[in-house]
Design a protein around this ligand. Structure first.
Ligand code: SAH
Length: 484
């Protein structure tokens, strides 16, 4: 059984080989570890600064298993010795992953602490997975977690194609995420796919499931299915695990919330891509303003929507875009089809243009307009101002746009060019401040400005943000004001 995990250069510029630090396995060495069920070999088929790939090769010894009394299932006779256990990804692989990479799965790395929670482009390939539920089941487990999934089906016997497909697949998953999350997902979902745990499942398995699934299982649309299979259909354990998984849905622990806020603050300070910093800053402004209902105007493919959905404070989230294909992509990326009911109830997508009055946008606490105004034709800006500040009129508007002055710092951008072909303009800091100041005073808002991204003493930060707060005294101006 072979699992490979690959990384490219990290977003902060660290070489791909730093994967070795995160996994605590030296890229220059081949290592072999003895396990009760056989041997595990760990090595790097590829390791350079641009791409690094680690391989975990599991050598399950069915004969030794039978001798030690650890044979799988209720196999008798020849089946004990001749079975698929040495070849397919199963609970043996999860046990090996826990043994090899427990520190990484716990999110610790002394040498490169800044990389632990830094999402980066990762992919994993399971050479052989056995899944009776077919491709659909493989997708239903990984796609809701944001993975792109590529599956190769294998025929039962290549010599007899008429026999059809087997239940054996090669599976590749990939997304920009942390290594810790990827390992946790694999650790829990591999035995769920295989559905044939090789060891006795007791209370300690509930604890493992809750620890390794802490950050994601609760929000997974198939959490019940995953829990049931992971705990080998033991109904008492499954009930206990599900109850503990969801207990804070009704009863938020204030200490836990505070710890979470501290972690968020810390996360914002870590080196991130500009896009992540921008979205992170928007979320923290919305969050600290106590917004519960939020519009994402010009939501594009839904990157901000995804972050908002992760925080229960945002009870009503609406994404609006003029582009139908962007909305379709957003619905796909957010897995609308398979989203759990409690999440689906909180979010909606609307097709609409921001240069027309739209009564569906009235009555919200806040609106985010992230990297959108520069896509509007200047003669349409005034219509946009009215649609947002006069008619939709949320209590708070958070707007970001590029700072043109910073363009000289982008090495790859030709002089005088805009950052995106579809940009109709890019403003200097003074231009944005003048426009925003006028809009705010015309519509009864106060505005302040925040830099997003590394601030340069001469040219400022790459992204500029304006935070508009509706003046309490001017609330009566609102034609579409929600009664509070
Ligand atoms: N806010 C997103 C997308 C920014 S790209 C993000 O930060 O990722 C700009 C988006 O604005 C595009 O999705 C585009 O379709 C949308 N857009 C442009 N003009 C618009 C209009 N008049 N009404 C609504 N959306 C518009």
């Amino acid at each position: 059984m072979l699992l490979t995990i690959a990384a490219t250069r990290f977003p902060d510029g660290s070489p791909a080989t730093d994967l070795g630090y995160l996994l605590h396995k030296n890229p220059a060495r081949v290592q072999t570890f003895e396990q009760s069920f056989g041997r595990v070999h760990v090595f790097y088929p590829h390791a350079c600064e641009h791409r690094c790939q680690i391989a975990v090769l599991l050598d399950v010894d069915p004969v030794a298993l039978v001798r030690r009394g650890g044979a799988v299932r209720s196999q008798r006779g020849l089946d004990q010795y001749v079975n698929d256990r040495p070849y397919v990804a199963s609970s043996f692989l999860s046990v090996a992953l826990n043994g090899l990479f427990a520190t990484a799965m716990n999110g610790r790395c002394k040498e490169r602490p800044q990389l632990v929670s830094c999402p980066t482009a990762l992919s994993a390939r399971l050479a052989v997975v056995s899944c009776r539920g077919g491709e659909e089941m493989v997708r239903s487990l990984f796609e809701p977690l944001g993975y792109e999934v590529a599956i190769t089906a294998h025929p039962l016997d290549e010599a007899f194609p008429e026999w059809g497909e087997s239940r054996v697949y090669s599976v590749q998953i990939g997304q920009t995420t942390t290594l810790q999350s990827l390992l946790q997902h694999l650790y829990i979902l591999i035995p769920v796919l295989d559905n044939d745990k090789h060891y006795w499942v007791g209370q300690d398995e509930v604890e493992k499931l809750l620890v390794r699934g802490k950050d994601w299982l609760k929000e997974h649309p198939h959490r019940e299915f995953i829990t049931t299979r992971y705990l080998k259909y033991q109904s008492r354990l499954t009930r206990d695990a599900l109850a503990r998984l969801t207990e804070d849905e009704d009863d938020l622990d204030p200490d836990a919330a505070e710890a979470e806020h501290a972690a968020e603050e810390e996360a914002i300070e870590r080196p991130l891509s500009l896009n992540q910093q921008r979205l992170g800053s928007v979320v923290s402004v919305l969050k600290s303003a106590g917004a519960a209902s939020v519009l994402d105007l010009g939501c594009g493919e839904g990157n901000l929507l995804r972050l908002l959905l992760h925080d229960k404070q945002f009870a009503r989230i609406v994404g609006v875009d003029v582009s139908l294909s962007s909305l379709q992509r957003a619905a796909q990326k957010l897995r609308f089809e398979r989203m759990a009911d409690h999440l689906r109830k909180r979010i909606n997508l609307l097709h609409g243009s921001l240069i027309y009055r739209d009564d569906r946008l009235a009555g919200f606490d806040a609106a985010a307009v992230v990297e959108v105004i520069e896509h509007l034709d200047p003669p349409r800006l005034q219509a946009f101002e009215r649609a947002v500040f006069e008619f939709a009129r949320p209590r708070l508007v958070v707007m970001t746009t590029p700072n043109r002055e910073y363009n000289v710092r982008w090495e790859t951008l030709p002089a005088g060019a805009f950052r995106h072909r579809d940009h109709r303009f890019e403003w200097t800091r003074v231009e944005f401040r003048e426009w925003a100041g006028r809009v705010a005073s015309q519509h009864g808002y106060r505005v302040h400005f925040l830099p997003v991204g590394p601030e340069d003493t001469e040219v400022g930060s790459p992204t500029q943000m304006g935070v508009f707060e509706r003046d309490a005294h001017c609330a009566s101006l609102a034609g579409s004001e929600a009664v509070r």
